[in-house]
Write a protein that binds this ligand. Structure first.
Ligand code: PEP
Ligand code: MN
Length: 339
């Protein structure tokens, strides 16, 4: 359930609500919007009657939430969430671009990409250091060395770092190098990992699992939020369907559906959905037109020689052309694109 607090309720009335919840062993998560405060209530509510809350003077109304996710639901923050990662606002008017190679391969490779994407308006440098590969014999990533390379290139070019971690044990080390942790599709329902990144408080890009429903994705987000970390952006990256023309099927519908079910920002990854570079620009335009708050795109200085995902990575030039199209679309959609 959520409790909508009366606008302007004094502090002691809010305290009274929180005390009532605490005395029943319930956890309160507070969302302070511009107009009202909302309290998300988590825990076993069977011994607490709604009547005993409704009579409290600070309570405007109690809204039961039927979904299994509460904090991720739209009702918790009807106005939507925008959060800052350093100086970049995710979920605000600006379309946020994240770009970089599939995998960090060398200092030179990352530096070339970082310099070029920065010029095209990207705010985040992506790059896999821990690569979740289908085959154990495929390139597994440079791991810690990869994170260092990313950080140095990002700092040289005024970018933020986003990178995937695949294990709880990497969070502490990664926290010195990344500004945002990516949870990949293969770990979308690794609940212990989700709880651990929730506890870390580091902003998270949570990718949708390859066969995860939208409600399941929101359940995954809830694992992170229930640990007190609300800095989450969701990422639609394509789902597995019967269609084989593309690597995955980009679920464009997921964008408006997520926007109606949750307050969290939505980022789209057209690269892993398409699996082929020639489709990436069209899917990017569609995603932004459907309401995505940003894109994460794979860019490599020489895609055909890439150690992973060679077929889907864009050259810096193709990436630049795509961003010019997004830039042109932004004002029509009431959004902004960095100058
Ligand atoms: C990635 O972004 O590097 C990646 C592996 O993507 P996904 O988890 O969506 O497959
Ligand atoms: Mn990739």
């Amino acid at each position: 359930m959520i409790i909508v607090v009366k606008p302007g309720a004094p502090e002691d009335q809010v305290r009274e609500i929180l005390d009532q919840l605490e005395s029943h062993g319930l956890k309160a998560h507070i969302s302070e919007g511009s107009e009202r405060m909302i309290i998300g209530v988590i825990g076993d509510k069977s011994r607490l009657s709604v009547d005993s809350l409704e009579v409290l003077p600070g309570v405007e109304k109690i809204v039961p939430i039927m979904e299994s996710y509460k904090l991720a639901s739209k009702a918790f923050r009807p106005e939507g969430t925008a959060f800052a990662v350093k100086d970049v606002l995710l979920g605000g008017p600006e379309i946020v671009m994240m770009a970089g190679p599939c995998a960090v391969e060398s200092e030179e490779q990352v530096d070339i990409v970082a310099a070029s994407i920065r010029k095209s308006g990207a705010k985040f440098l992506r790059g896999g250091a821990y690569k979740p590969r289908t085959s154990p014999y495929a390139f597994q990533g440079l791991e810690r060395e990869g994170l260092k390379i990313l950080r140095q290139a990002a700092d040289r070019h005024g970018l933020l770092v986003i990178s995937e971690i695949t294990s709880e044990t990497d969070i502490e080390y990664a926290s010195d190098y990344v500004d945002m942790i990516q949870i990949g599709a293969r770990n979308a329902q690794n609940f212990r990992l989700l709880s651990a990144v929730g506890k870390s408080g580091i902003p998270v890009l949570l990718k949708r699992g390859i066969a995860e429903t939208i409600d399941e994705l929101l359940g995954s987000a809830e694992y992170i939020m229930s640990e007190g970390n609300y800095k989450i952006a969701l990422c639609e990256r394509g789902i597995r369907t019967f269609e084989t023309a593309t690597r995955s099927t980009l679920d464009i519908s997921a964008i408006p559906v997520l926007k109606s079910k949750t307050h969290l920002p939505v980022i789209v990854d057209p690269s892993h959905a398409a699996g082929k570079s020639k489709y990436v620009a069209a899917l990017s335009r569609a995603a932004i037109a459907a309401g995505a708050d940003g894109l994460i795109i794979e860019v490599h200085p020489n895609p055909k020689c890439a150690l992973s995902d060679a077929a889907q990575q864009l050259t810096p030039e193709a990436y630049h052309t795509l961003t010019e199209e997004i830039r042109a679309m932004a004002p029509i959609l009431g959004r902004t694109y960095p100058v």
